[in-house]
Design a protein around this ligand. Structure first.
Ligand SMILES: [Zn+2]
Length: 432
């Protein structure tokens, strides 16, 4: 050996960050035959033995090309360390399995998203939030492998101007399977931390709107029909306008994501090509709810399948969510607000009983498709609740506060008077 055993080479060899004054790191090649990886694992073991660690984030789990061929005795001049990176990740996984089996192991992946590099992780942070050049590029690099059975994560923007803005990050998330949006706590305090500059004031309402929508629809029990793989099922009408449709396998509801990837606001519409394969049926009546606006209308199944879904104006790099539920008879049915855990209708007693769950402490508008009987009474956990009738949208709705256990909502025809009237309040993120 005529040189050094190891040398940092990424980021010019040294990485510091103004956000964290303790961050002063060297990056190097773990393929270096010098015991560095064993030393790192021994440090991990010691940390796990001494502290109550419940997860680890591994930055830059990237198969970079090592430039120190002679010093590291690499077989090729440009050596990508795939085998050694896998070995290191596997050893770390074994260390966690032995000492802290419940701990979550997450990496930042971007380069070589292949099994040897990323298979040892529970979750992947896609590209650390750097703006994907296009939706198609995002799908080609991250979306299509669907996390390889791990959880995919997206970041919104940070101190770097080239990271995704919050709203367009939700386009990637909701067009690409949902549940990937990940948050960093300092973003909640843009006035306290200088590096959170650029975090929009309406970020919390946006997060709440899109996270609650996914929670309430039940993404975990749904089948996605992705924009990139569904040309035979449905179509949007122009480049940059994309849709993904989720079908809830428990309830048969659909959530349609209509996204505009273009910079300016545009009208986005969708036509169905094989509605039967999406689980949409002709005949009958569908309640169609524009989740963001709180607009609800009824359409016959025949009309819906023939005309498709006209989404109206969608903001530049924004999206709209439409919830579709087929109404099986003229009784009331839950549409939106909270996660529907159970729904029972006793037609002879004139009672619809719902069990709904929401994040504890949250308050959401619960929307129910009104039945044929106009005089109803609504009780929440047994107590009369001030629900309102929106006659033009044929819905009843009211604010419900959620706690640790599911809330029981009863809609009965025991009411002697019609409910007071009021329009559904908008439920989506603030308009920009
Ligand atoms: Zn090397």
């Amino acid at each position: 050996m005529n040189g050094y055993l190891w040398q940092g080479f990424n980021y010019g060899g040294r990485y510091t960050d103004s956000m964290d004054r303790y961050c002063d790191m060297m990056a190097t090649c773990l393929a270096s035959p010098n015991g560095l990886s064993d030393y790192r694992i021994a440090c991990n073991d010691r940390m796990l033995d001494r502290y109550d660690v419940d997860g680890m984030y591994i930055d830059d789990n990237l198969a970079y090309v090592c430039t120190l061929q002679a010093e590291h005795a690499h077989p090729e001049a440009a050596y990508d360390c795939l085998i050694e990176l896998h070995e290191m990740n596997w050893k770390r996984r074994q260390s966690l399995r032995a000492r802290r089996p419940h701990a979550v192991l997450i990496d930042h992946c971007a380069r070589a998203t292949v099994q040897p590099v990323i298979c040892d992780f529970d979750a992947h942070l896609y590209g650390e939030g750097y703006t994907f050049p296009s939706l198609e590029a995002y799908w080609a690099q991250y979306g299509a492998f669907k996390g390889m059975d791990a959880q995919g994560c997206l970041w919104p923007g940070g101190k770097d101007l080239d990271r995704s803005a919050t709203e367009v990050a939700y386009n990637y998330d909701l067009l690409g399977g949902g549940g990937q949006y990940m948050y960093i706590d300092w973003r909640l305090y843009p006035e306290k931390f200088a590096y959170a500059a650029g975090v929009a004031k309406d970020e919390v309402p946006i997060l709440r709107a899109y996270n609650w929508a996914q929670y309430g629809f039940g993404m975990y029990e749904s089948t996605p029909h992705y924009f990139a793989e569904s040309a035979d099922l449905f179509a949007t009408d122009a480049p940059g306008r994309r849709a993904t449709i989720y079908r809830n396998e428990t309830w048969g509801d659909h959530l349609v994501v209509l996204a505009n990837m273009n910079a300016e606001a545009e009208d986005v519409a969708l036509t169905f090509r094989s509605p039967g394969r999406l689980g949409l049926q002709p005949g009958g009546t569908y309640a169609v709810l524009d989740v963001n606006a709180g607009e609800c209308r009824r359409e016959s199944g025949d009309e819906l399948l023939r005309r498709g879904l006209a989404g109206g104006r969608v903001p530049g790099r924004g999206l709209k969510l439409f919830h579709l539920r087929r109404l099986p008879d003229d009784g009331p049915r839950h549409l939106w607000g909270g996660k529907r855990i159970a729904e029972r209708r006793d037609a002879s007693a004139g009672v619809l009983t719902l069990e709904l769950q929401g994040p504890p402490g949250s308050e959401q508008t619960v929307i129910v498709a009104a039945g044929a009987e106009p005089n109803v009474e609504v009780r929440v956990d047994g107590a009369p609740a001030p629900f309102r009738l929106d006659p033009s949208r044929r819905t009843i709705h009211g604010a419900v506060r959620f706690g640790p256990a599911p809330v029981r909502v009863e809609v009965s025809t025991a009411g002697r008077d019609p409910l007071p009237e009021a329009p559904i309040p908008p439920g989506g993120p603030p308009r920009r």
